[in-house]
Design a protein. Structure first.
Length: 497
């Protein structure tokens, strides 16, 4: 038994081989792989196996030049030039994804695009063949099976309306499926196929989202993001509506889908217990006194009213000494989140793994005071027009090292692709909203209302002044943020002469 041979899945290799064969017969294919790294390596393997070159169009050539400026050097690019097979994942810059999609759409362009399942829904490309390399995906906890609707969604990329009338779908299962007899499927194989694709077309379970929250709350998951979001919104709904009723009266839980399903399954008593626990959580979260503006913001954002009131008080206490520039507000916000644990958990919980990666910690470590502050140099490099390579250096990375992973600037990509658009710009928008409600402009004349209004948008797009942001909006033909900063500086210099 010690020498027993076991088969392990080689889904990526099989998928690459199929894509090469399809390409050689003139078919375009989309290959779905488990991880962002797989998308790059599988695309490279397919390109190496297929002879031929892709000539860039004039528009693509301009994009390559813009990408070189944005990155600091094309050696930091996920794909450094035209290729037969191109990758597509969430770690890529918008310029990189546009280039890969554009090359694949061309009849004389790339023949294969290799993507991760999470991007399947957004792809609308002319593919004859969709190849799913495995029926699992990588996540924060390890690997989990793809849901039926996710597989069907990925499969639907083959043969798209407006592109191709028909398409072929190949699913490479894992682990390896065996056959017991000729023309007979084993019980294990049948169960595997049933788990992947349902017998009917009801591949998504319809459930009451509120009941999901009630279940988690009953299990003691009080810090669950969905639970906190729902409880926070209910806790301030009375103030928003201007009434005096108990919050859950404004939304009758007894008329919800969850209540109907509980009645149908004769579990009404359990459902009522969940509702009692939900009401208790709402009561505990209800603030003593709350102004209408904060109440509205709390119900819009789902954030704790107490968090918003604390932020409002912090701003009020500093009137006269509040920051007056986008960079100043950026530092103010980052240092606030670095020291305020509750605010950091509420606003940065979803990107905590990304922050750990950016500061050189492992995913199993905890986010601590000082970690968020370490991101400030990188964010400043972003809004002042520095290339991705320089941002990576500011974050402590080594983009000029021999490793391909380090050369791709992973820390900078997490910053500009995850933290800034998903959390930081939202947080700055929140700060902006409260500052405008507090209205400190008369007391502190040096504080520009215009600066406050564009705060979140400017940082998200990578500009440190309102003037640069407006200039970018007027010059949409400039493809790179770095190019835009350089052009703005040149125009400012010209006007000053």
């Amino acid at each position: 038994m010690g020498n027993r041979v076991r088969l392990t899945p080689n889904a990526n290799e099989v998928a690459a081989h199929l894509a090469v064969s399809a390409s050689n017969t003139g078919l375009k294919s989309i290959v779905f792989v488990n991880t962002k790294a797989d998308a790059i390596t599988v695309a490279a393997a397919i390109s190496e196996a297929i002879s031929g070159t892709i000539q860039p169009t004039q528009l693509e050539q301009a994009r390559w030049q813009a990408l070189e400026k944005e990155l600091g050097d094309l050696k930091h690019a996920v794909i450094a030039g035209p290729a037969i097979a191109v990758p597509h994942n969430s770690a890529m810059l918008r310029l990189e994804r546009d280039l890969c999609e554009g090359m694949f759409k061309r009849a004389d362009g790339a023949r294969t695009i290799v993507a991760t399942p999470t991007l399947a829904q957004g792809l609308n490309l002319p593919a004859h063949l969709a190849i799913l390399a495995g029926d699992k995906r990588a996540d924060a906890e390890g690997r989990e099976a793809l849901k039926a609707h996710e597989i069907l969604n990925a499969a639907a990329r083959a043969g798209r309306a407006g592109h191709l009338a028909n398409g072929l779908v190949l699913l490479i299962p894992e682990p390896v499926i065996s056959f017991d007899k000729i023309d007979t499927l084993s019980t294990r194989t049948v169960e595997k196929l049933r788990s992947i694709l349902p017998e009917d077309d009801h591949c998504v379970v319809v459930a009451d989202p509120l009941e999901i929250v009630l279940d988690r709350l009953m299990e003691g998951q009080v810090t669950d993001p969905d639970v906190q979001y729902t409880v926070n919104r209910f806790a301030v709904v009375r103030e928003v509506e201007g009434g005096s009723e108990e919050p859950t009266h404004l939304f009758d839980l007894n008329k919800s889908l969850g209540a109907y399903l509980a009645k149908k399954s004769e579990t009404e008593s359990t459902f009522k217990e969940k509702v009692v626990g939900f009401k208790s959580a709402i009561t505990a979260a209800m603030p003593g006194t709350l102004d209408s503006a904060t109440a509205v913001l709390a119900t819009q954002s789902g954030l704790s009213a107490q968090l918003l009131m604390d932020l409002r008080d912090r701003i009020k206490d500093e009137i006269g000494e509040l920051p007056t520039t986008i960079d100043g507000w950026l530092e103010w916000t980052v240092l606030w989140l670095d020291k305020d644990v509750s605010a950091r958990n509420a606003l940065f919980r979803d990107v905590s793994k990304s922050i750990l990666a950016m500061v050189g910690k492992t995913a199993k470590q905890e986010l601590a005071e000082g970690d968020v502050a370490k991101l400030l140099p990188g964010i400043r490099a972003w809004i002042t027009g520095k290339p991705i390579r320089q941002i990576e250096i500011e974050l402590g990375g080594a983009p000029d090292a021999g490793s391909r992973t380090k050369r791709l600037c992973p820390r900078a990509r997490e910053l500009v692709g995850t933290l800034i658009p998903r959390s930081l710009s939202f947080t700055l928008g929140l700060v902006s909203k409260i500052v405008k409600d507090v209205n400190p402009f008369a007391t502190q004349p040096t504080l520009s209302q215009q600066t406050i209004e564009v705060l979140g948008t400017a940082v998200r797009k990578g500009y440190d002044t309102p003037e640069k942001l407006f200039y970018a909006g007027e010059h949409l033909s400039v493809l790179s943020r770095v190019q835009m900063h350089e052009q703005f500086a040149q125009q400012t210099l010209t006007l000053s002469l």
